[in-house]
Write a protein that binds this ligand. Sequence first.
Ligand SMILES: *[C@@H]1O[C@H](CO)[C@@H](O)[C@H](O)[C@H]1NC(C)=O
Length: 308
Amino acid sequence: MKKNQTHISEFLLLGLPIQPENQNLFCALFLVMYLTTILGNLLIIVLICLDSHLHTPMYLFLRNLSFSDLCFSCVTMPKLLQNMQSPVPSIPCLTQIYFFIFFGHLGNFILVAMAYDGYVAICFLLHYTTIMSPKLCLSLVVFSWVLTTFYSLLHTLLLPRLSFCADNVIPHFFCEISALLKLACSDTRVNELVILVVGGIFAVIPFLLILLSYTKIMSSILKVPSARGIYKVFSTCGSHLSVVSLFYGTIIGLYLCPSANNSTVKDTVMALMYTVVTPMLNPFIYSLRNRDIKGALRRVLCRKKILF
Ligand SMILES: *[C@@H]1O[C@H](CO)[C@@H](O)[C@H](O)[C@H]1NC(C)=O
């Protein structure tokens, strides 16, 4: 073993490429976004737990999505905020990479389950309760957990075999796996191949399944065009699809078409999109505009009023 090797647990994060005079402004902005993410997702989880009207597959999946978004933002945001106050604290990189990949992909699989649920609800309305049985819902969730565990373990277990030399500063605001690979001084071809092939499969297949479900939903609603139906398609599917595209667009742009030159600013902005913005927007887009959720909120608040 060479003396100057860095152990994989001793990395420092460079943080965001922000001018020092803007540091406080951005810190406040990210703090507000982090709190919004936590509160929005917690509200969804609590509401769905409290209101028995919402114990349907769609809302149980939504609760899973909120749980996964909540954990996902807790993986990166606290360190990001801490890093903006006092620079470069060292960070357990492997743990962060594991949970980052885990909760990032768990959310994707839940989105697929939600898209499938919407597809069954609209295209097989009469058979909905038999198809989306509690057993199937639970299987979909368990399957997502198993698959994402396998996938994040695969990425994480391939890292300790690399050796790292003097440079241990990651030019990023979290332990990003491809930024970490750039610092390695041993051969990273296997890791890159796994990211490209397995990562590509794990990113593209859920995206295609979601697109397929929404295409079926749209075509089935547009077959019997009515002003209300069309409005519903564009308001619901449109907002879902925009979040899904934002998430997948940035992921695919970052991992499958990595920039050859070191354009870290572009990469950072794109990474911020899927680590900070999508977990914050998900609860609003998927639920707070939704009539059932508003009804549940009203019922829960009224019940509280009666109790006190
Ligand atoms: C996730 O979904 C399953 C199946 O619908 C449900 O049983 C479980 O309670 C959900 N988990 C969370 C954390 O919401």
